[in-house]
Design a protein. Structure first.
Length: 186
């Protein structure tokens, strides 16, 4: 799950709902708000049962904010070797974004055990398994970008390891569908 707000504390109601339905991995989209790190840190303290990470990490400043907040991991929409090196140096897991076969290959050569296929909605669930033949063993994959609750099972069936949803989760019906899905997949 990816939640987006300039100030993380405004995500408190959504995090409470996600905690109640036992969804465990939640990404807080990084923003350059001056209090982002301290607010994210407050959420880490308030929700110890959630594995909170950061989404949209594209710069060294964002990476510093993730470290300062004490988040468990970071996810980027891009593959940036310098960002990967900086995260590894600090012992922080950074999941890079990939879109093309060349980026998947490069991520693998950079030692990435996990990648984010982004924006997955543009590629469709059949894209990832088609890469196995020509590329061989693939890293673990999180499909993300433009996906909703109804996309989770088709992507998992296609062979990705996880699916990130976020912006598509609006309204009581979507939240009920998410709660039902989490229970079914548990």
């Amino acid at each position: 799950m990816v939640l987006r707000a300039e100030q993380p504390l405004s995500l408190l109601p959504q995090l409470e709902r996600l905690d109640q339905i036992d969804l465990r991995h939640v990404e807080l989209a990084w923003s350059d708000h001056p209090h982002w790190a301290e607010q994210a840190a407050a959420l880490v303290e308030r929700f110890p049962s959630l594995s909170l990470g950061a989404a949209s990490v594209c710069t060294q400043a964002a990476l510093a904010g993730v470290r300062a907040a004490g988040l468990a991991y970071a996810v980027s929409p891009v593959l940036d070797a310098d960002l990967l090196r900086a995260a590894r140096r600090d012992g922080l897991a950074l999941v890079p974004g990939v879109f093309s076969p060349s980026e998947v290959h490069r991520a693998r050569r950079l030692g990435c055990p996990l990648v984010k296929l982004f924006p997955a909605v543009q590629l469709g669930p059949g894209f990832w398994p088609r890469l196995r033949g020509p590329l061989g063993p693939l890293p673990a994959c999180i499909a993300a970008g433009g996906l909703g609750v109804g996309d989770v099972e088709p992507w998992l069936a296609a062979g990705v390891d996880a699916v990130a949803i976020g912006g598509q989760l609006q309204g009581a019906e979507a939240w009920a569908a998410l709660a039902h899905l989490v229970q079914r997949l548990a």
